[in-house]
Design a protein. Structure first.
Length: 344
C-alpha cells in the first residue's frame, strides 16, 4: 500500500520537531534526574513546593515545569501540578513499574553516538570481530554488568508480566531462557503460572545479579541459572521450551539462524521456540523505535545487528530447521512475537 503524502501544505514545523527532538530528551532526563515526577507524586504541587523539594530556585523549577507541561508530562490544576497517568506509572520512583533509571542509563549511554550516524553509514569497517564482542566484553566488568542488568530488570519486568498474561507457559515443563538477563521474564511467568521450571542462561556476571532478583521473589525452587553464551559450548538439553527474549537484534541474520539452530538442539522433539524481539512491518514502514534500533546497529561501518520483519523471522526459523513458524505483534509499536516448533 502506498502511503499518502500527508505533508501537503505543511511548512517547517514537522522538520523542526524531528530535527530538534534532542531538546525533549534533555528536558525529560533532567526531570528524571531531579526526581521531579516523584516529588509531585509525593505531594509537592506548587512551583515553590516543587522547587524546595528539588533544592533549586523557583524560577528554575518553573522553567523545567513549563517544558514538561509543554510535552504533556505534567499538568497544572488550580495552581498545583500533577503527573499524567503514564508518567505516574513509569517515572515515579516508588512505582512498581518505574523505569526512569533505565531511560537515564540508555540515553546517557547512546545519546552522543547519534551525532555520528552519517559517519557510521559511510565508514568502511576495518575489523572482522564477532558481532557479540560488544555485549560480551561489557559483561566481563562486574559493575557494568550489574548496571546493565539492573536497568534491564527495571525496564522489562512490566513487559514480563504482559508476556505471562498472553503466553501460556504452563503448557510446558522445562523452559530454557537464553540470554535471560535479570530473570525478569522467568520471574513474572512463575509468579503468574504454575507447573514448570526455568533455567536462565547468560554471562556469569549477569546471572549473579539475576540470582539476587530470583531470591528477592522467593523463586529459587523454580528458577535456576547457568552461565553460557549463544555461540560457545552447547546448551543444556531436555527442555520443551526455549526462548530468546529481546537479544537477537544484536546479530546479523547468519548469527541469528545459528543461534536458533543451537537452541533447537536443547529441545525435545515437538518442543517450542519463542522469540520476542524488535520487529519491522513487512513493508518496512515502521514502527519508529525498531527502525531506529535498526539504523543504530551500524557503527564505524560495521554491522552490530539487524531488526527483521516478521516474514524474515519465519524464514530464519525454517532455515534453522523449525516448522510451523508464526508471528504477531506483541507490542505494536516495537516488539514482535515469533513461535515455531521442533519436529524431531
Amino acid at each position: 500500500m502506498i502511503k499518502e503524502d500527508f505533508t501537503l501544505g505543511m511548512k517547517t514545523e514537522r522538520m523542526t520537531d524531528i530535527g530538534l527532538a534532542f531538546k525533549q530528551t534533555g528536558a525529560i532526563l533532567a526531570a528524571i534526574e531531579l526526581e521531579l515526577f516523584t516529588r509531585i507524586s509525593n505531594g509537592a504541587g506548587t512551583v515553590d513546593e516543587i522547587a524546595a523539594a528539588m533544592g533549586i530556585d523557583a524560577e528554575k523549577a518553573d522553567r523545567l515545569l513549563t517544558a514538561c507541561k509543554s510535552m504533556d508530562l505534567v499538568r497544572e490544576i488550580d495552581g498545583r501540578h500533577e503527573n499524567f497517568s503514564d508518567v505516574q506509572r513509569y517515572l515515579v520512583k516508588d512505582s512498581r513499574t518505574y523505569f526512569g533509571d533505565y531511560l537515564n542509563y540508555m540515553a546517557h549511554r547512546d545519546y552522543g553516538a547519534w551525532e555520528h550516524i552519517a559517519k557510521n553509514l559511510t565508514a568502511v569497517s576495518d575489523t572482522n570481530e564477532e558481532d557479540d564482542r560488544t555485549y560480551v566484553s561489557l559483561m566481563q566488568n562486574p559493575k557494568k554488568a550489574r548496571d546493565f542488568t539492573e536497568a534491564g530488570y527495571e525496564a522489562s519486568i512490566g513487559l514480563g508480566h504482559k508476556l505471562a498474561k498472553e503466553f501460556d507457559f504452563s503448557q510446558f515443563n522445562r523452559w530454557l531462557d537464553l540470554g535471560g538477563g535479570s530473570g525478569c521474564y522467568a520471574i513474572a511467568a512463575c509468579e503468574r503460572q504454575q507447573g514448570f521450571t526455568v533455567t536462565v542462561l547468560d554471562q556469569p556476571n549477569v546471572i549473579a545479579v539475576a540470582e539476587e532478583f530470583i531470591a528477592e521473589h522467593g523463586l529459587e525452587g523454580r528458577i535456576n541459572t547457568t552461565p553460557g553464551d549463544f555461540f560457545g559450548a552447547a546448551y543444556p538439553t531436555g527442555y520443551d521450551l526455549a526462548t530468546y527474549i529481546t537479544p537477537l537484534q544484536g546479530y546479523m541474520p547468519d548469527k541469528v539462524i545459528a543461534a536458533l539452530a543451537k537452541a533447537k538442539d536443547s529441545l525435545e522433539p515437538g518442543g517450542t521456540i519463542l522469540v520476542v524481539d524488535y520487529m519491522l512491518k513487512d513493508d518496512k514502514t515502521g514502527p519508529l523505535d525498531p527502525a531506529f534500533v535498526n539504523l543504530f546497529g551500524i557503527r564505524d561501518g560495521r554491522y552490530l545487528g539487524r531488526v527483521n520483519t516478521g516474514a524474515e523471522w519465519c524464514a530464519f526459523m525454517a532455515e534453522a530447521g523449525y516448522v510451523d513458524a508464526e508471528y504477531r505483534w506483541f507490542t505494536p509499536h516495537q516488539l514482535g512475537l515469533i513461535t515455531a516448533r521442533k519436529l524431531n
